[in-house]
Design a protein. Structure first.
Length: 175
């Protein structure tokens, strides 16, 4: 009886250890979020060199560039560790990769060309929409993923971007 209990215990331990690794939802999240973050960084880059830009927007854009680049590096390392392909993002990240174009936002060119009077409201509106997409992706992987590391990052993305959505909505005068 003890022998079977020991074997059963080993099977349970192995099963639990295997369930902590990534599943398809985790891999899909990391892959899609890398591309999604690359688009947000490209959008944030449209603020560079804009005359008279609201300093709050300039600061948020810089936080997006830095924070989401770090997250791309983390998710790229996970995908490599898991033996999965790393999407190309269109810029160099700190992970030693230089990636090619990710496709980007359909409105990115029109945003960059927007006159100063309309740029800020348009940028905020697009970034709110973009962040909502990231929150939805995070919600999905928290529900369906199994990697504790991915869940922790998804929770941080959900919390950070929901807070940024609230701030941007207040800057637009929304409640």
């Amino acid at each position: 009886m003890r022998k079977w209990a020991a074997v059963l215990g080993m099977v349970l331990v192995a099963s639990c250890a295997a369930s902590e690794g990534p599943n398809d939802a985790d891999v899909g999240f990391a892959t899609s979020m890398i591309e999604h973050h690359a688009e947000a960084i490209q959008m944030a880059n449209t603020t560079i060199g804009r005359e008279g830009l609201d300093p709050r927007i300039a600061e948020l854009a810089e936080q997006i560039r830095v924070g989401q680049t770090e997250e791309i590096d983390t998710m790229s390392a996970w995908l490599e560790e898991w033996g999965e392909p790393v999407p190309e993002t269109g810029f160099a990240t700190g992970d030693g990769h230089t990636h090619s174009d990710a496709g980007g936002h359909a409105d990115l060119d029109s945003l960059a060309a927007a006159p100063e009077a309309r740029f800020e409201a348009r940028w905020l509106t697009l970034m709110i929409e973009h962040h909502r997409g990231a929150v939805a992706m995070a919600d999905e992987v928290v529900e369906n993923g199994q990697s504790a590391d991915v869940a922790e990052l998804a929770e941080a993305i959900r919390t950070d971007q929901a807070g940024e959505i609230d701030r941007m909505r207040s800057w637009l005068g929304e409640t």
